[in-house]
Ligand binder design. Structure first.
Ligand code: PLP
Length: 407
């Protein structure tokens, strides 16, 4: 008799986006004349940069020729892309990362989800609250938690991000082995300073812990004092892995390309207490379970680093950041406390009440869809997230409607 992995049964069904969709459908059925503006989802809306499209087309044309055709590529990614990443995303910022420490993949979702399988089943996990749910659910699947009780899984150390700590969690008070951090943050849009990140790196070094640093929104950082990579922090090479993605930086959510950086010095320990390098383990996992990102997609990603590509990506993100500013200003003027939106595409808004009640208010009175913060964890209750991923015209219209509804 085949038994299933019963840890899957502990998972809480994610009703968040289906509940949102149900409420929106019901509203539209009742008010077919009202146009709904969606500022809820975290998906990009603008087309791919033309430099990426040109490189994509060219690579496809190469594939149509006998000389240019390529079959399986290196699982870790083509050298041209790994090299460009190491130079532009790290070395240019003073972070010592080499091309062979970069693993190209089809998404930061898969990478942040898959990485936990390298670590022991009894590893103590620290996870932010509110959180991008992948970190939590993949550890539940792996059996690192107890049951779900009172809004939380037993056995997890929750790192609370609240107004009191300006949405940057304090160090845990109990021992932990694996720490998830995400900055600029989804869902709060908060950022971490160099000094604050150094505190986490030092903590991980002392505790022989490892930080999994999700920098999927790094490209939205405009404040020059903020770190783009954890590897800009001294001592991080031994205790951190970083995840990046072209999804939000270059509009690749439907094209799929991302990467994970595992420095060669990065270690965990075996049961005898001996250091074990993580790089060969991740390399082994990657080669065993993944067959590489397609050649045209990697060429399109490489084009992000060309001079035209960089300018186009900057313009793309500037557009979203301008939207975020409009959202944040409007909510502040209406008397709501907000965070995010200046170095991130998300604005996190204190709802002055229940998350879902505020969601319903915005939908019914303004025809605007947000994401209720309660869907991201216990600390998200009482907040909503508005996303800047939409056209400027829609954002302006949405905020005018919200002003009218809430004024
Ligand atoms: N990490 C965070 C924090 C995200 O918000 C997202 C997507 O919303 C991802 C990772 C996933 O990125 P990708 O599209 O590369 O899978």
């Amino acid at each position: 008799m085949l038994k299933i992995n019963e840890h899957y049964l502990k998972l809480q069904a994610s009703y968040l986006f289906s509940d949102i969709a149900k409420r929106v459908t019901a509203f539209q059925a009742d008010h077919p004349e009202r146009e709904v503006i969606k500022l809820g989802i975290g998906d990009v809306t603008q087309p791919l940069p033309s430099a990426c499209i040109a490189a994509f087309h060219k690579a496809i044309d190469e594939m149509a020729t006998a000389g240019g055709f390529r079959g399986y590529g290196p699982e870790q990614g083509y050298e041209f892309l790994r090299q460009a990443i190491a130079e532009h995303d790290f070395q240019a910022r003073g972070a010592d990362i080499q091309a062979d420490e970069v693993f190209v993949s089809d998404g930061a979702k898969c990478d942040t989800g898959n990485i936990q399988e390298l670590f022991a089943g009894d590893a103590k996990i620290a996870i932010p609250d509110p959180v991008y749910p992948v970190y939590l659910d993949t550890n539940v699947m792996a059996g690192r938690t107890g049951d779900f009780q009172d809004g939380r899984y037993r056995g997890i150390v929750y790192l609370e991000s609240t107004r009191a700590n300006n949405y940057v969690p304090d160090l845990p008070k109990e021992p932990v082995d694996l720490i998830y951090l995400c900055f600029p943050n989804n869902p709060t849009g908060s950022t971490i300073t160099r000094e604050q990140l150094k505190v986490w790196v030092d903590f991980a070094r002392d505790a022989k812990a490892l930080i999994l640093f999700d920098a999927a929104y790094e490209a939205f950082i405009r404040d020059p004092s903020l770190p783009h990579s954890i590897f800009e922090i001294k001592g991080a090479r031994e205790v951190a892995i970083e995840f990046r993605s072209y999804s939000k930086s270059a509009g690749f959510t439907g094209t799929r390309c991302a990467y994970t950086v595992v420095p060669k010095e990065c270690v965990a320990h075996d049961s005898a207490g001996a250091k074990q390098a993580i790089h060969p383990l991740w390399n082994r996992r990657h080669c065993t379970k993944f067959n590489g990102v397609s050649y045209p997609v990697q060429r399109a990603a490489e084009a992000v680093y060309s001079s035209e590509g960089r300018a186009q990506c900057t313009a793309l993100i500037d557009g979203y950041l301008a939207n975020a500013k409009i959202i944040r200003q409007a909510m502040n003027e209406l008397g709501y406390h907000t965070v995010g939106g200046d170095n991130a595409p998300y604005v996190w808004i204190e709802a002055k009440g229940d998350s879902w009640a505020f969601f319903d208010l915005l939908l019914n009175k303004a025809g605007v869809v947000c994401t209720p913060g309660a869907g991201f964890g216990k600390c998200g209750q009482g907040y909503i997230r508005l996303s800047a991923f939409n056209s400027e015209a829609n954002v302006v219209k949405a905020m005018a409607r919200i002003r009218e509804a809430l004024a």
